[in-house]
Design a protein around this ligand. Sequence first.
Ligand code: NDP
Length: 461
Amino acid sequence: MPQYDYDLFVIGAGSGGVRAARLASKAGARVAIAEQVQVGGTCVLRGCVPKKLLVYGAEFGQAFRDAKGFGWTVEWARFDWATLRDHVQAEVNRLSGLYQKNLDAASVEMIEDRAIVVDPHRVRLTGDGREFTAERILIAVGGHTTRPTDIPGQELGITSTDCFTLESLPSSVVIAGGGYIALEFANIFSGLGVETTVVYRGERILRGFDHDIRAHVQADMQRTGVHIMCGSTITGVEAIGENRKLVTLSNSMRIETDHVLWAIGREPNTNGMGLEAAGVRLTARGAVAVDEFSRSSVPSIWAIGDVTDRVNLTPVAIREAVAFVETEFMGRPTSFDHADVASAVFSRPAVGSVGLTEEQAREKVGKIRVFRTNFRAMKNILAGNEQRVLMKLIVAADSDRVVGVHIAGSEGPELIQLAAIAVKAGLTKAQWDATCAVHPTAAEELVLMGEPIAHDNEAPA
Ligand code: NDP
């Protein structure tokens, strides 16, 4: 008779939890996974996947405009929000079903209920009250969108989760925030013809990204008609008539709009999980504190993904899951290296970024060389589309290693995946240069940047 009901009890069936459950089960463990909503988690149900599909939908408007320069007449183009929304939801449900199928195929026991931790080896289902014991518990419950707590009328606003199921396409939206979610929804809404205003508290959007990329994206979004108000915040929201809101800003401006979208960050889902009572230490931001093997302060409890607030990206949660299973169920102690994880922002222009920004490199590496190119892609010239591509390589002067690659342009997210291999492998600028160009592409510019624009410790322009 085994000592515990399960070898592994996973709480949360998002990308990380599902991967850990499947792999552990395949490795011979008796595994259960509990999910309170629907299998798939943030990425599949209300994040990456539906967002990217909406981005695709929004891109057609520009494509139709570009088509004219190539001889096409597209006068019949009309957009129907309900069609896109419903198709996206259908795809999300299909993927959720596939996740479920994969769990079944791996013989993972699925429990449709909210589970919380009772003690280091025990969980309770809050729905039916049942309790289970497990040798190991894995917390993979992700995070949630946040709202301001101190702004009158904040409850009149929506979050990114609500955007996927809007009854109708608004005529205008005011978005609070200047990070990933704010800019991706600014791209979606403005691309679909919605009057879009971004209200950002800092000087320039996309804090944390390379300064040239931030300036380029901000200028180009403004060129395409997105209003970006930096150095301001929303101080109040009032309902004015049916479905309209009056937004007041810290700079005293007032804007009438259909929707206010809070895109001001996400927080780990640790509230009410019983973690602290079980001895699990949380960080100041309420995330589960873990070591490099994703183990919490309680030796039988691990945590992966956004609930740990390390690098909050789906592929990272999956790699943390794999490392956890390899360590605990396959006898191969493995920790995921969080350095040089590439990411993409599906703004317009989109951004792909990996490694150090120019500012970070000056601080961490010291002497650097910076290569930058800014050009109009071939297609855009014929299309009469003014959008330009910005590419930037950051090179450590002493070792010649390329330590950062930053691209703003429609193909940025695709290109950065390959650039990330080179950065992770520590390839030198000389090795990039020895790689022959692929012509005619935008990507070829990455191996054709001959002269640095800045040397050593020159301050950024
Ligand atoms: P981000 O942290 O990227 O951006 C939050 C934004 O809101 C920042 O501009 C921040 O300003 C601002 N902000 C924070 N608090 C306040 C406040 N009280 N008042 C006004 N503004 C505020 O969070 P997101 O919500 O955009 O996304 C959450 C995370 O999800 C991302 O960091 C990323 O890890 C992940 N994600 C990844 C995506 C991708 O890979 N493409 C897509 C979407 C999300 P400031 O810069 O000054 O701090």
